[in-house]
Design a protein. Structure first.
Length: 153
């Protein structure tokens, strides 16, 4: 999970993009089967243009969530993307437009929506990845992903 970019041009709005990022890290870390990088480790990339492969190598991850926040008046647009760093492809992406009357309610709603969308996408991507491996190269995680796909998760 990389820190979401504040695309507002207003440094005073950093709290909102940082809040979304931190809430997502916290929510994703509650999913027992996922390896989620801690906030302090992921925030070293804040404001830096980095290649996904570099992030994967430095943090030991297969997937990266990234996004941006744009705010104009009482409106906010949040985009989020789940990237497979091994293939360089997008696994999932979405845009959320909201009225920001209650900042925390919007952060909670968007966080829940993103986590709910990402979890099955990672399982599907992992299952697809295991299907491309020969049986003799499967590890415990691969076998779990195959089992989940046949039992419905």
């Amino acid at each position: 999970m990389l820190p979401f970019d504040n695309m507002c041009g207003d440094p005073a709005q950093e709290y909102f993009s940082d809040g979304i990022s931190e809430d997502l890290i916290t929510a994703l870390s509650k999913l027992r089967r996922f390896f989620v990088i801690a906030r302090n480790s992921s925030f070293i990339y804040k404001g830096k243009a980095v290649h996904m492969k570099q992030v994967a190598e430095e943090l030991g991850v297969d997937y990266v969530v990234e996004g941006s926040v744009r705010r104009l008046g009482d409106q906010v647009r949040i985009t989020a993307q789940l990237n497979d760093v091994l293939t360089g492809s997008h696994v999932w992406a979405e845009r959320y437009d909201r009225d920001i009357a209650d900042v925390f309610a919007v952060q909670d709603e968007i966080t829940e929506a993103i986590v709910a969308a990402i979890e099955p996408e990672i399982y599907a991507a992992e299952n697809f990845r295991t299907l491309r491996k020969p049986p003799e190269r499967l590890d415990a995680w691969d076998l779990l992903m195959r089992a989940l796909s046949t039992t419905g998760g």
